[in-house]
Design a protein around this ligand. Structure first.
Ligand code: HEM
Length: 508
């Protein structure tokens, strides 16, 4: 072979080898997709299915996160269905707002596990805690955590909720009567302080700077986890796990570790000075958890993880519920006036603390809060997955580990389920006679069944007490239009643009 022909051969052979290699990869991928789709044919042939693009499915439609909730909702209307299957990455998921199916996944022990496809990013950040853990570990932890939410414990927190509410009034007063303000951060701070006092038994108000960093770390982490979820379906989750993401995790862990050490030291003293409770009443979650740690039923790592889980799960959700209720009242001043009258009649003097019995005599507040949680559910999307092969409906048999997602946001706004005015704020939706007519599984801000929100009673009491104190002190208004509200899924629900509010101090 002459040097010329050898050069010519090399010149053609290298691209040819690459072409064959690429064709081979395409062929393998084609067969992979073909067999994967065939494997799920007994599901995809029975319900409307969106296959999307090979390997990423419809994941590209869900990024940016701004469109995520709205896209999920739109598919129900486009496909005229209450249950559809969509390929997210290389796996199919069932997405449903069908109350019958929701009842099955909420109540059947076959669906106790959380859907890995959406919870893995949270599990990466807060390893194997109550929110994401698999059924065996979850049962053990849930039993321990349930202890913190007994009636007696919740009653012991009422002075703390009142104290936190008054603290909020003090801070809001400083910006009242001075134009429109963003107040979500202020509310989040107040609620974070309450959450930490309740769960850790430590007064956080003294350490404002650390408190702020803590709030920022939680919020940043939730935002990263949401991005991780969206990108992971395309295999790009690592893009969300930046150095700041790891710094936030380590900041939170160190913070909780420090509190645990502080608390363990204090517990050895005869009288605990940092504990904010009356000794006759309950203890903090940390006290209970440390007890289990002491007798070997919980590892220290579990105490750290469950503490982060409880603070994380409680503070953004409760803050969002309170802030959203205020936004709704500011946008619907007739509702606000009626609510004020109800509260004023019950508690004519501003300095009387709200007691548990007062909460039984505020039906209109109950309706306002329920309607707010319908339109603006702080957790907009949940998901479970099968443990074994399981019958979901008479037609659908699901293989193990098949995820079923419930977009609570879409469920609560479905015109099929809530009527043509489903998108509008109307507390009358929660008049007892209207509630009695509805399927209970079309409303689930706290989820339902054994794996529902463990803190729902805590949340209901805290939100009501704080709102009563705020509404009796201030009149809220805004120029922001209800129709312009848009929401994002950052694990918890976020406002795309936060409405500014006018806060007017009421004359007593
Ligand atoms: C308005 C406030 C709240 C709302 C709307 C809310 C909503 C929810 C929802 C929908 C779930 C189910 C999540 C899922 O299935 O993935 C959940 C779970 C959970 N929530 Fe809440 N939550 C609120 C407040 C709280 C509070 C105050 C705490 C604790 C103090 C808390 C602790 C938890 C925990 C630990 C779980 C996981 C339970 C388990 O898997 O066993 N939440 N919450």
């Amino acid at each position: 072979m002459t040097p010329y022909t050898e050069k010519l051969q090399n010149c053609y052979c290298v691209p040819l080898r690459y072409t064959i290699f690429v064709l081979f990869i395409i062929l393998i991928s084609y067969f992979h997709i073909y067999f994967k789709r065939k494997q799920f044919q007994n599901i995809t042939s029975k319900i409307p299915t969106i296959f999307g693009l090979p390997f990423i499915g419809i994941a590209y439609k869900l990024v940016p996160i701004k469109r995520f909730l709205y896209k999920l909702s739109a598919c129900f209307e486009e496909l005229s269905t209450s249950t559809y299957c969509a390929w997210l990455g290389t796996d199919p998921v069932i997405i449903t707002i069908d109350p019958e199916i929701i009842k099955t996944i909420a109540t059947s022990s076959e669906f106790y596990n959380k859907a890995e496809i959406i919870y893995n990013p949270l599990n990466n950040a807060i390893r194997d805690g109550i929110i994401t853990s698999e059924v065996h570990k979850w049962k053990h932890i849930r039993k321990i955590v349930n202890g913190f939410f007994s009636h007696k414990m919740l009653m012991s927190l009422i002075p703390l909720f009142n104290h936190g509410a008054n603290n909020g009034v003090h801070r809001l007063s400083k910006i009242s009567n001075h134009g429109q303000h963003k107040i979500f951060d202020l509310i989040k701070r107040v609620i974070l302080e309450i959450s930490i006092e309740a769960t850790m038994g430590v007064d956080m108000r003294k350490d404002a700077a650390e408190n702020y960093e803590l709030m920022e770390s939680f919020s940043f982490l939730l935002e990263r986890v949401a991005k991780d979820s969206a990108c992971s379906t395309m295999g790009l989750g690592f893009l969300a796990r930046t150095p700041s993401y790891y710094r936030s995790i380590s900041f939170l862990r160190n913070f909780i570790n420090k509190l645990i050490d502080q608390r363990t030291n204090n517990n050895t003293k005869s009288k605990d000075e940092t504990c904010v409770y009356d000794e006759d009443f309950g203890k903090s979650f940390l006290d209970i958890a440390l007890n289990y740690y002491g007798n070997g039923q919980l590892a220290k790592e579990d105490v750290i993880i469950e503490s982060i889980s409880l603070i994380g799960a409680s503070f953004e959700t409760v803050a969002t519920a309170i802030y959203s209720s205020i936004v709704m009242l500011a946008m619907h001043t007739d509702v606000q006036e009626r609510l004020y009258q109800e509260i004023h009649k019950l508690l004519p003097q501003n300095d009387i603390p709200v007691a548990y019995d007062h909460l039984k005599e505020i039906p209109y507040l109950d309706m306002v809060v329920s309607e707010t949680l319908r339109l603006i559910p702080p957790i907009p999307l949940i998901g479970r997955q099968t443990i074994h092969t399981t019958k979901l409906t008479s037609e659908l048999i699901l293989p193990p580990k098949m995820p079923v997602l419930v977009p609570i946001f879409s469920l609560h706004r479905s015109k099929e389920l809530w009527g043509s005015k489903a998108h509008l704020f109307n507390p009358d939706n929660f008049l007892p006679e209207n509630v009695a007519l509805r399927d209970p599984y079309i409303y689930m801000p706290f989820s339902k069944g054994a794996r529902n929100c463990v803190g729902w009673r805590y949340a209901e009491i805290a939100v009501r007490i704080i709102l009563m104190v705020f509404v009796r002190n201030f009149k809220f208004s805004t120029t922001f239009k209800y129709e312009d509200l848009r929401f994002l899924d950052h694990v918890s629900l976020w406002y795309d643009v936060e409405p500014k509010l006018n806060i007017e101090l009421r004359k007593v």
